[in-house]
Structures are given as C-alpha cells and as structure tokens.
Design a protein around this ligand. Structure first.
Ligand code: PMP
Length: 400
C-alpha cells in the first residue's frame, strides 16, 4: 500500500482516454482572439463553453482599467486582506457591490470558490444545520465540509422535501442555513426561489443564494434571480463571482445583515490567502459599471440563449429543463459524449464536456454556455455543427 494507490482508478481512466486519442481535459487555447473565438490544435474554434456571459473579457474599459492598475499599483498585492492586501480599490469595489445590490454590507474574496468556502465555514459550525439543494456546486459542498455543521441535502428544487426536512428539525430550524443557486451551473435551471423564501421565513431559517451564473443574467438590473423573483429584501446572503459575467476572477458576498462584517475576522479562506490583484479589482469595477448600465447586453445574451436552446430542441436533442445561457445537451453514455465532444471540436466548436460525477444524476453532458458577444451567425454555425453531429454515425445509432 502507498499513498498513491487511491489514484489507480483515475490513472486507468486517464490512460483509456488518451488511448482513444481524445484528451478533453487537456485542451489548450493556443490563442484567445475575442470572447467567442480561439485557436485549438492550430484550428479556429467558436467558444461555446466559457462562462463569459456578457462577453466583457475584451471590453476596452476593462482592459484600460486593468492596465492602468498594473502601471500604478503593480502586479499583485502579495498579502492577505487582513494584512497588507487591502488597497483602496478593494474597499471601493466592496462599496460598489453593496450599492449595486442595495445592501449595506459586502466582502470581496479572491475567487468565487473561496467565497463559498469562506462564507460556509465561518457562518455555520457545530450545532448548526446546512440544508442544501442536492445539485449545488462543488464549492458549496466543499464549504459545507469545512464547516462543523450537520449537512442535510434536499432533492433538487423540491420545496416539499425542503419543508419536510425543516419541519423535522423543530427548534433547530432557526440554526439552519439553506443553500441554493440562482441558475444551476450544469443544467441551467433556476431555483424555485419564491417558494423557498416563503418556507425559510415560515421556519425562521436563513438563506444563502449563490448567483454565480445569474449575476448580469437575470433581473431587470442584472442582480440575479433574487431580483427577478422580487425577494431581495428576504434573502440573507448572496454569493457571486467575478469570473463569469464580470470577466475577471474573484468572488464576493453581499448581505443586509451587519454580521457579515464579523465574518471578515473569522473566515480562513479570506484571511489566509492573498487578496485579488489590483488589475483584477480594477477590471471588475469597470465590468460592474458596464453590467449595471448596459441592459442591452442581457437582452442580447437571452436572444442568443433562446436561439441555441430552441435550435437544439428542434434538432431533437434533450436539453436542460428551461431556456438559459447554460444550455446542457444530455447524452446517453460516456463513450457517446466523448466522441460527440471530439466531433464538435473538429468542426470548430468548443463546448464543455461533463462526465460523471460532474453533473447531477451521473448525466453525461455537452454543456454549452452562451455569451452576449456571440453573433447570430456563430449560433447558427454551432447549430449546424450539432445538426451534422445528429446525422453522423455517433448519434444515429442511439436516439439523442
Ligand atoms: N459557484 C458556482 C455555482 C459555480 O458554478 C462556480 C464556478 N463554476 C463557483 C461558485 C466558483 O467560482 P470561481 O470559478 O469564480 O471560483
């Protein structure tokens, strides 16, 4: 026995993949030309597997802000927010995020992953309960593991199951934090937030919504599902990321509750890591301004999302439960999804490959994500690729 024995299954799976000539988890973007175009294996590809929902990664204002910050503040902060890593830009971004949401309190973390780790590990502890939707993201599960709270899953978007579990908790309901996502990252469906908020109020629990995939995507002002559902005054914590609609890297939590300020002093994933670099803070501030003042980007995103979702359905594919910028194509088997992913890449279309256990219920997915920066012609090209795929031997043998 050695410490490496546990890697045997992983090594065998990897060897099998490489032997098939397909290396989906070793893709290199050799050139990134725009938010929607790159070069892979020497060939141009349309990128339909990024989370660049508003297409802001090449926005001139964001680039200019990042360049100016590097010039004037250097490449990194080289320290924790608690030590030398808080610059005026970090505080300004926290104020701007709080103002954007209309809440008094905000904390910026170094990634969205760390925002979930940081919030869950500090907010809940021994004697508390976390009730999480079964389809929650890995960062939420990892945050729960870092907490000493009891973790209970409820069936995905099943408010009856949530209520049953809260009822069973009795008085402990008031020590319970419910965790859901605005848009679920794999299948693109929304949480049933109006019902969930009603239940959490009835039982006196707390609610944290991860809006990683819904910031800039839902709500008239882009504030996510919480805004769209009209429950902004009844949610306790919103977590989000800068790495999707804001085109940077970093994460945050905003809240109406003053206790958020205390969490800053109790959360290890905030204290024991370096703060975001000045360039990232500057580009994120610029991106947030653009998100808040250009609702037409959201309109374009949704027009592209509908185009792709309805187009794939019309081709006969099984897609996620509702239209969304995350468009998941559900495939039959691991072998099929691998071959189809490879086929699309050879047609110049990059989508995300999701193998078990990455998606709920062990599904195999071609996970597409749409951007406001896609042109209608690009979406047509993607649909033409999927049409050719449908007619190919890869799909013809199995109903898609
Ligand atoms: N929450 C959700 C729901 C996510 O999908 C992700 C990333 N895919 C994260 C958090 C983590 O965000 P980041 O990549 O910015 O660390």
């Amino acid at each position: 026995m050695t410490i490496f024995d546990k890697f045997q299954t992983l090594a065998a799976n990897r060897a099998e993949l490489l032997a098939s000539g397909i290396n989906p988890f070793g893709v290199v973007i050799e050139q990134i030309c725009s938010p929607t175009e790159g070069v892979v294996n020497g060939h141009p590809v349309i990128l339909v597997g990024t989370n660049n929902y508003l297409g802001l990664t090449f926005h001139p204002d964001c680039i200019a802000a990042a360049c100016a910050a590097v010039e004037t503040q250097g490449t990194g902060t080289t320290g924790s927010r608690m030590a030398n890593g808080t610059y005026t830009g970090h505080l300004a971004l926290e104020r701007e995020l709080a103002d954007f949401y209309g809440y008094p309190y905000a904390i910026v973390f170094s990634t969205g992953y760390l925002a979930n780790l940081g919030m869950l590990s500090a907010l809940t502890g021994r004697g508390d309960v976390i009730l999480l939707d079964a389809d929650c993201h890995a960062s939420i599960y990892d945050g729960c593991r870092m907490s000493d709270a009891e973790m209970i899953r409820f069936r995905h978007n099943d408010v009856g199951d949530l209520e049953k579990r809260l009822r069973r908790l009795g008085e402990r309901a008031s020590n319970t934090l419910i965790l859901v996502e605005g848009i679920y990252s794999m299948l693109g469906d929304r949480a049933r937030l109006v019902d969930i908020v009603a239940i959490k109020d009835r039982y006196g629990a707390y609610l944290l919504v991860d809006e990683a995939h819904s910031l800039g995507v839902l709500g008239r002002h882009g504030r996510g599902l919480t805004e769209e559902a009209g429950v902004e005054d009844r949610v306790d914590f919103i977590v989000g990321t800068f790495s999707k609609s804001l085109g940077g890297i970093g994460g945050f939590c905003v809240s109406p509750l003053p206790e958020l300020e205390l969490i800053r002093y109790a959360t290890r994933p905030y204290i024991f890591t370096a703060s975001p670099s000045p360039a990232v803070i500057a580009s994120t501030r610029a991106a947030l301004r653009i998100l808040a003042t250009h609702p037409e980007l959201q309109d374009r995103l949704w027009s592209n999302a509908q185009h792709l979702y309805q187009g794939l359905r019309a081709l006969g594919y099984t897609v996620g439960p509702e239209p969304s910028p995350v468009v998941a194509v559900i495939m039959q088997s691991k072998a099929q999804v691998l071959a189809c992913w490879h086929y699309l890449l050879e047609q110049g279309i990059y989508v995300n490959l999701v193998l078990p256990p990455g998606a709920p219920k062990g599904a195999c997915l071609l996970r597409c994500s749409v951007s406001a920066a896609h042109t209608s012609a690009q979406i047509d090209t993607v649909l033409a690729g999927f049409a050719a795929l449908r007619d190919s031997v890869l799909i013809a043998q199995e109903a898609c």
